[in-house]
Write a protein that binds this ligand. Structure first.
Ligand code: WTA
Length: 653
C-alpha cells in the first residue's frame, strides 16, 4: 500500500463509526454479564485479582496480594501452588476426568484426543523421564517442537517438577535456537525428528543438532518421533533419548512440586529494539491467575465448548491461550499442526466443521490472507458451531474485521480484538463479549482490574500518544532473564518507574475507546511476529559482502508489515540478483524464515544525519512511496533523493 493510501486508511480508522452491540442472548449466558464488574474491579483491583486467584488450587494461601516496589512486583506473596496440578489433577476428581483436554489435528489428517486423565498420565510420566535425566527444580529446559500434543506435555511436565521451560518457535534457525539455549543455560533440549508442513517435513532434529554443537550446558536431547522415516535423523546414543522409549518404562506417579507464587514458571524470548532477543520471565501464581481469568471472561469459555487458538506454542499466545489458560479452566482445546492452505485453502474451516469448534482465535494477518483467497472457502463449510471469534497480534483493519464478522461469524457472532504482549502474559485490552459494544478496528477498553492510559513524552495524558500501563497486573513480566537493568531501562525508565511503557502508539476516541496504532519503536510486526530491525540488520552486516544495512518495516497489505532492507556493499563487491538472493538466505540462516526480507535495495549510500545516524523515517517514506519528509538534517539530501528515484524504478531483487 502506498503512503497516501495508508494515510487515508488511518483517517478512515479513526472515523470508523460502525458499532455492534452484544445480543441479549449472548449476554444472558455470558460469564461476564454484569457491567458492575468494571466498577468493582476499578475500586479494588487487588481485591478483584485475589478473588479470581482464589478459584485456583493453592497448597498454601498467600499472605499479601501485591508487593509493589517499582519496577518489581510480587503477586500472592507467600502462596504456594503448582501449575500442572491446577491444569490437570484438579479436574480428575470431577466429571471432567474423562473430558477431552486436548484434541489434536495433525496436518496429514491424523487425530488424537487426550482426556484430562490421559494428559495427566503422560505429563506425570514425562516429568519422571525428566527427573531420570537429572532435572531438578529450577533447571532450564528448552523445547523446540512442532505443534503436537507432546509440546503441551513437555511444558506441563516442567511445571510439575518446578523446571523452567523456554519454548523456541520451530521456525527459528539453528543459530537463533543456540542463542536462546545458551542465554537460558538449558540442560535438556526437547525436540522432534521433524514436523509436517504443507506435506513436507521440517527437519527439526537436524536444526537442533546444528544448534547444540555449541551449547555447552545441554546434557541430553529428548526426541519425539513424529515423521518417522520421512526425516533423516542422526542419533547420538550418548546424548539423545527417544521420547517413546523413555516413556515406555516411566512411572505414571509423580507428585507435583509445590512452588512459590513467585517461582519462575517459564522464559520466552522476544524481540526488542536491540539485536539481542530478551528472555521474558514469567512466574507462577500471578501468571496462572491472569491466564485463567482472561480465558473465562474474554473467551467466555464454557465446559461444553471446543476452543481453538491457531497460534503456535512457540509464541506467548500458544502458552497462555492454548495450554495454561484453557486447561486451568478445564476446557477442551484444539491444537492443529499445519498451515491453513494444506491440502486446500479451506483447511481451517474444515477443522471447525469437523470438530464443531465454538470459539476461534486467530491473527489479523491470517484473516487478510483468507480475504484474499476469497469467501468461497469458508462458504462451503458448516461454521454454525461458532459462537465467539477473537483476534490477536497486531491491529486489525476495519475491513478485515467486517469480513471476519460477515463470512466467518455469519453476522451473528461477537468478535474480541485482544491487545497484549509477551511481556504482559495475558490479555489486557479487549471487549468482554457479553458487555462491550464493539467497533471494527478498536480493541475497545482495558479489562477489569487493568489500568491503562495514553500519554505524551512527558507522561501527560493525551488523546493520541503512547500506551502505558499505570498499575501492575498479575501476568506482568518480572524481569528479563540475566538482565534486570535492561528490564528497568526498556519498560520503566521512560516514565520514572511510574508507568510501564508498552512501545505501542494508541488513540482514544470520543467514547473513550482505544485504537492501537502499532509499534513506536524499532520492532516490526510481520504477519503478527515480532522482529527487531536491529536483529535483521546485524544478520545482514554479518555477511562478508555487506558494509552497512538499514532495515524498516514497510506497510504490507497482508502481512501488516514487510521487512524492507537497504544495503550498501563493500567497495570491492558487485551487487546483482544472485547476491540479493544470497543475502535474503543469509538472514533466514541467522534468524529463520520469518525474518526473510521482502526486498533488499542495494544502494551506494544510506541517508544519514550530520551526526551519522541513519534516518529510518526517510527510508520508510521511500519504501511506502510517500512524499519525502523533512530532509534538512541530512548530511547529504541528494542521497535520499537518489534512493527514491532508484526505488521507484523498482531496481530491487
Ligand atoms: C501488537 C502477542 C494491536 C502490539 C500477544 C504489541 C496488537 C505486540 C494487538 C506484542 C492488537 C498485539 N491490536 N496490536 N489486538 N495484539 N499487538 O509480544 O504492537 O508477540 O506490542 O505478543 O503486538 O507482540 P507479542
Amino acid at each position: 500500500m502506498t503512503g497516501p493510501d495508508k494515510q487515508a486508511e488511518l483517517q478512515a480508522l479513526l472515523t470508523e463509526d460502525r458499532s455492534f452491540a452484544p445480543s441479549a442472548a449472548f449476554t444472558e449466558q455470558a460469564n461476564a454479564r454484569d457491567p458492575k464488574i468494571y466498577a468493582d474491579a476499578a475500586k479494588d483491583p487487588e481485591g478483584f485479582w485475589a478473588k479470581e486467584a482464589a478459584d485456583l488450587l493453592w497448597r498454601k494461601p498467600w499472605t499479601q496480594v501485591l508487593d509493589w516496589k517499582p519496577p518489581h512486583a510480587k503477586w500472592f506473596v507467600g502462596g504456594q501452588l503448582n501449575v500442572s496440578e491446577n491444569c490437570l489433577d484438579r479436574h480428575l476428581t470431577t466429571w471432567r476426568r474423562t473430558k477431552a483436554a486436548l484434541i489434536f489435528e495433525g496436518e496429514p489428517g491424523d487425530q488424537r484426543v487426550l482426556t484430562y486423565q490421559d494428559l495427566h498420565r503422560e505429563v506425570c510420566q514425562f516429568a519422571n523421564v525428566l527427573k531420570s535425566l537429572g532435572v531438578r527444580k529450577g533447571d532450564r529446559i528448552n523445547i523446540y517442537l512442532p505443534m503436537i500434543p507432546e509440546a503441551a506435555v513437555a511444558m506441563l511436565a516442567c511445571t510439575r517438577i518446578g523446571a523452567v521451560h523456554s519454548v523456541v518457535f520451530g521456525g527459528f534457525s539453528a543459530e537463533a535456537l543456540r542463542e536462546r539455549i545458551n542465554d537460558a543455560k538449558a540442560k535438556i533440549l526437547i525436540t522432534a525428528d521433524g514436523g509436517w508442513r504443507r506435506g513436507g517435513v521440517v527437519p527439526l532434529k537436524q536444526v537442533a543438532d546444528e544448534a547444540v554443537k555449541d551449547c555447552p550446558t545441554i546434557e541430553k536431547t529428548v526426541v519425539v518421533r513424529r515423521v518417522g522415516d520421512k526425516a533423516q535423523v542422526a542419533f547420538d546414543p550418548a546424548r539423545d533419548v527417544w521420547y517413546h522409549e523413555a516413556m515406555a518404562t516411566a512411572s505414571a506417579v509423580c507428585p507435583a512440586e509445590p512452588m512459590d507464587a513467585e517461582d519462575m514458571l517459564f522464559v520466552l524470548y522476544t524481540s526488542g529494539s536491540t539485536g539481542k532477543p530478551k528472555g521474558i520471565v514469567h512466574t507462577t501464581g500471578g501468571y496462572l491467575t491472569h491466564a485463567a481469568t482472561t480465558v473465562k471472561y474474554v473467551f467466555d469459555l464454557k465446559d461444553t465448548d471446543v476452543y481453538w487458538c491457531t497460534a503456535d506454542v512457540g509464541w506467548v499466545t500458544g502458552h497462555t491461550y492454548i495450554v495454561y489458560g484453557p486447561l486451568a479452566n478445564g476446557a477442551t482445546a484444539l491444537m492443529y499442526e499445519g498451515t491453513p492452505d494444506y491440502p486446500d485453502k479451506d483447511r481451517f474451516w474444515r477443522v471447525i466443521e469437523k470438530h464443531k469448534v465454538n470459539i476461534f482465535y486467530t491473527a489479523p494477518t491470517a484473516i487478510r490472507t483468507f480475504m484474499r483467497w476469497g469467501e468461497e472457502f469458508p462458504k462451503r463449510c458448516d461454521l454454525s458451531s461458532l459462537r465467539l471469534l477473537g483476534t490477536v497480534g497486531e491491529p486489525i483493519n476495519p475491513e478485515a474485521w467486517i469480513w471476519y464478522h460477515e463470512f466467518i461469524g455469519r453476522k451473528r457472532v461477537p468478535i474480541v480484538d485482544t491487545w497484549w504482549q509477551t511481556e504482559t502474559g495475558g490479555i489486557l485490552i479487549s471487549p468482554l463479549p457479553g458487555l462491550t459494544k464493539t467497533k471494527p478496528g478498536s480493541a475497545t477498553m482495558a479489562l477489569p482490574g487493568i489500568s491503562v492510559d495514553i500519554v505524551n513524552d512527558e507522561g501527560q495524558p493525551v488523546d493520541a500518544g503512547y500506551l502505558v500501563l499505570t498499575k501492575p497486573w498479575p501476568g506482568m513480566l518480572r524481569t528479563i532473564l540475566n538482565n534486570d537493568d535492561r528490564y528497568r531501562a526498556q519498560y520503566w525508565e521512560k516514565y520514572n518507574l511510574k508507568y510501564y511503557f508498552t512501545g505501542d502508539g494508541a488513540k482514544r476516541d470520543k467514547d473513550g475507546y482505544l485504537w492501537l496504532l502499532g509499534r513506536v519503536d524499532d520492532v516490526m510486526n510481520v504477519s503478527g511476529h515480532r522482529i527487531s530491525t536491529m536483529e535483521v540488520e546485524s544478520a545482514l552486516v554479518d555477511h562478508h559482502s555487506v558494509a552497512e544495512a538499514a532495515v524498516i518495516g514497510r506497510t504490507h497489505e497482508v502481512k501488516g508489515q514487510a521487512v524492507s532492507a537497504f544495503v550498501t556493499l563493500k567497495a570491492s563487491v558487485r551487487g546483482d540478483e544472485a547476491l540479493i538472493k544470497e543475502l535474503k538466505q543469509h538472514v533466514v540462516g541467522k534468524i529463520g524464515a520469518l525474518a526473510r526480507p521482502e526486498e533488499i535495495f542495494l544502494t551506494a549510500e544510506l541517508p544519514k544525519t550530520r551526526s551519522g545516524k541513519i534516518m529510518r523515517r526517510l527510508l520508510r517514506d521511500v519504501a511506502e512511496g510517500r512524499v519525502l519528509g523533512d530532509t534538512t538534517t541530512l548530511a547529504d539530501p541528494a542521497v535520499v533523493a537518489k534512493l527514491k528515484t532508484q526505488y521507484e524504478g523498482k531496481d530491487e531483487g
